[in-house]
Design a binder for this molecule. Sequence first.
Ligand code: 5GP
Length: 352
Amino acid sequence: MEWCVSMPKVELHAHLNGSVRDSTLIELARDLGEKGIIVFSDVENVIRKDDRTLHEVFKLFDLIHILTTDHYTVTRITKEVIEDFASENVVYLELRTTPKRNDSIGMSKRSYMEAVMEGLRSVSSVDVDYAPSGLKTDTSNGTTRKKIYVRFLLSIDRRESTEAAMETVKLALEMRDLGVVGIDLSGNPIVGDWTTFLPALKFAREQGLYITLHCGEVPNQEEIKAMLDFSPQRIGHACCFGEENWRKLKSLKIPVEICLTSNIRTETISSIDIHHFADLHKAKHPLVLCTDDSGVFSTSLSREYSLASSAFGLGKTEMFQLAENAIDFIFADEGVKEDLRAIFEVATERLD
Ligand code: 5GP
């Protein structure tokens, strides 16, 4: 495990509100409990519960959103999440979040994202490179500090309308200079219809944004096929593919974001020994290990590597290779890819 922590890593599938520390959620819940807005003991039990089905996870997200969705807290959790990833040597993070509108507290999707950006700018434990246009934190103090590259994906929630999805895409386009590189489709997979989001996703792609889709968390083969036909740059999960779609995925070589603990905890995959990671890895299919929701599933990217190592017999060289290969699938530009390759090169010499 220690070795997995020290290795540089690339995180491409992390939801902001799923990555909040338990201690922060408990503190926020206690505050709202004292104000009489929630019953703290009920909420504490839900937060501390370990195993949840996929359905229960979405109920938990509704609760987390009650605790976190005000500008100040969004800023706080963004800062903490970035610092947590950096502390375990994640050198490139693509953080995704669903811009939220809440008229009762004067929150628009834009002001939500501004609060996220404020959190990013307030990171202090590590230097952050977050913008293609060279807007970076001050590194002029002359010391060699840890550095993390951060880029954002804006998520469309499957509960949203076509218009709301389009609003998110337009916001992403306006925030490109601040490091927004793409769009994600997520949210409860049994809710909503894929065609609702298609106009917004097509527009995003025409405008040069990258697309990743949550695909195949439930066995809806028709939707999986339609998603693969759309040719997103990456997909997340790929758990419930029928044979035909599995063949299609492999022939299209679409990179898969694999979230082992999430899939096991939500019982999307019944046991780690039959996880599709093994087949994809053996077939040299492009894939990347990710956390999904490190807070909700009590994991970290280092743990995911350690789990892959013990479950599938990967040695250090294979794990390092897996982490380094992820550079090919990031949504940032070539310059960032080159910097990351150099970081891995240095680490090869350092790690035995
Ligand atoms: P947020 O976008 O609010 O920062 O992060 C939480 C949201 O991400 C959830 O409300 C949900 O829409 C999405 N999400 C988190 N984990 C999963 C997952 O495992 N599957 C799907 N489909 N969506 C998820």
